[in-house]
Design a protein around this ligand. Structure first.
Ligand code: ADP
Ligand code: ASP
Ligand code: MG
Length: 445
């Protein structure tokens, strides 16, 4: 049994979905049973969150407009994708009744003028519920023994809405009760990424980008041979191809390297994805829906040792707080502990400290700056750059990174916590030039 996951751009429109369906059909021939985990169509989760916020502000007209946009968009995909009259009609009906219940729910929110984290999750969950409904309908129309499966019946979480924590032992039990029997009856199970539910049946989500994590959880609980993450690029690249066009796929990486990349800004994979796969030693592959024959990247427990550095990533939206003197450093630490500001990196010496925080938005950045303005010597807008690779943590690799970054006066260059990474902090303006220079000189062709 294999688990395949398709991200937002892979299910964005009928053309992309035809590619997904072709991959599922081909994989079905070679592997028999499949669980396909789908994201919402690209842009839909953002649109749903905007809908929920409009509902919370009581904006009835905007709610109605946004709901109808979602209906039109999903109907458009059904009509483009499903040719059989009966299958098209029944899929349209299922989509319509989901949108109707979404609409009633949002009207209720608008009457109350309230948008709680719980209602954000309930609304956001519709993206994945809709995309999977369409794909299941299309596969059934193509004559495959495929079934729609509600991930909320197995992905049990706590009630930390919008960032819920998965209760793994419950998921194992529920998978045995509900998913394995479904897999015995059907060749292909189509289910949602990103969403889960509490023990008392309230819908939760696993955090943005969480569909990768859902796929890994189900891969681990079903004992999959591989977990294949299909996206819009051909694997994990030497750096974000949107930042450096010369970036190219890395054939093989270790779980440890990929986790660091994901934690420090490489959006290609949700960082939690790695954990369940490691626990069961299931290889994860990152593949391209639009070029399914490209080899992609294989991620395994073993550390490939082909080159010193595999990839570079950059975490934006960071603030570096430098404090001088033992008492200021202690206060800086105290503020961080009390406020729960997300710390990315922390270095301390007898005579001072450097703390790097990640902020969510401009308001959050101002909040952090205000908390430190009276005790910090300097507060700088910075980026955190991480190079990962088999020998990235060695002194010579750290020295190389420091040499290349030197013209941009880095605030710090240090080994990462694991032997496969080196971390640099540079001024925001220097971020992209440093990434490009490191890419050219350390991993370039
Ligand atoms: P999906 O919707 O399939 O989950 P994402 O948008 O979450 O896709 O992730 C894929 C994107 O991640 C790519 O389009 C790419 O721009 C970005 N990305 C960032 N860093 C990397 C990297 N090192 N390798 C590949 N892609 C990367
Ligand atoms: N649809 C969700 C998001 O946009 C989850 C995912 O795509 O992984 O964050
Ligand atoms: Mg993603």
């Amino acid at each position: 049994m294999d688990v395949l996951k398709f991200g937002g751009t892979s299910v964005a429109n009928a053309d992309a979905l035809r590619k997904v369906i072709a991959i599922v059909q081909e994989r079905h021939v070679s592997s028999q049973r499949l669980v396909a985990v789908l994201s919402a169509t690209s842009g839909t989760t953002d649109a749903l969150l905007a809908l929920a916020r409009a509902a919370g502000r009581g904006l009835f007209d905007e709610v109605a407009m946004r709901v109808e946009d979602l209906r039109d968009r999903h109907f458009g995909i059904v009509d483009d994708l499903i040719s059989g009259g009966a299958a098209r009609l029944s899929t349209r009906e299922r989509v319509s009744s989901m949108i109707d219940s979404l609409s009633s729910y949002c009207q209720g929110m608008a009457f109350l003028g309230e948008c709680t984290p719980q209602s954000l999750d309930e609304v956001a969950s519709h993206g994945e519920r809709l995309s999977t409904t369409i794909v299941a309908g299309a596969l059934q129309d193509a004559g495959l023994n495929a079934v729609w499966f509600d991930a909320r019946s197995v992905i049990r979480t706590n009630d930390a809405f919008t960032e819920a924590l998965v209760q793994f032992s419950d998921v194992v039990r529920l998978t045995e009760q509900h998913l394995i029997p479904t897999l015995q009856l059907h060749d292909i199970v189509i289910t949602q990424g990103f969403i889960g539910s509490t023990a008392d049946g309230r819908t939760t989500t696993l955090g943005r980008g969480g569909s990768d994590y859902s796929a890994a959880i189900l891969g681990a609980t079903c004992g999959a041979r591989t977990i294949d993450i299909y996206t819009d690029v051909s694997g994990i690249y030497t750096t974000d191809p949107r930042l450096v066009p010369e970036a190219r796929p890395v054939p093989a990486m270790s779980f440890r390297e990929v986790r660091e990349l994901a934690l420090y800004g490489a959006k290609v994979l949700h960082p939690d994805t790695i954990e369940p796969a490691i626990a069961k030693s299931i290889p994860v592959r990152v593949l391209n829906t639009f070029q399914p024959d490209a080899p992609g990247t294989i991620i395994t427990a073993e550390q490939p040792t082909d080159v010193a550095i595999h990839a570079i990533t950059m975490l934006k939206q960071c603030l570096a707080v430098r404090s001088v003197g033992a008492s200021s450093s202690r206060q800086a630490q105290h503020i961080a502990d009390a406020s729960g500001f997300p710390v990315v990196l922390q270095l301390s010496w007898l005579e001072g400290s450097l703390m790097v925080f990640r902020y969510r938005d401009a308001e959050h950045a101002e909040h952090i700056k205000a908390a430190y303005e009276n005790i910090a010597e300097h507060i700088d807008d910075v980026v955190t750059i991480v190079a990962v690779g088999p020998h990235a943590g060695r002194a010579d690799a750290i020295a190389e990174v420091a040499r290349i970054a030197a013209p941009f006066e880095p605030l710090a260059v240090t080994s990462g916590i694991s032997p496969v990474s080196v971390v640099g902090v540079v001024n925001e303006r220097g971020g992209l030039p440093v990434v490009r220079a490191l890419h050219d000189q350390l991993v370039g062709p």
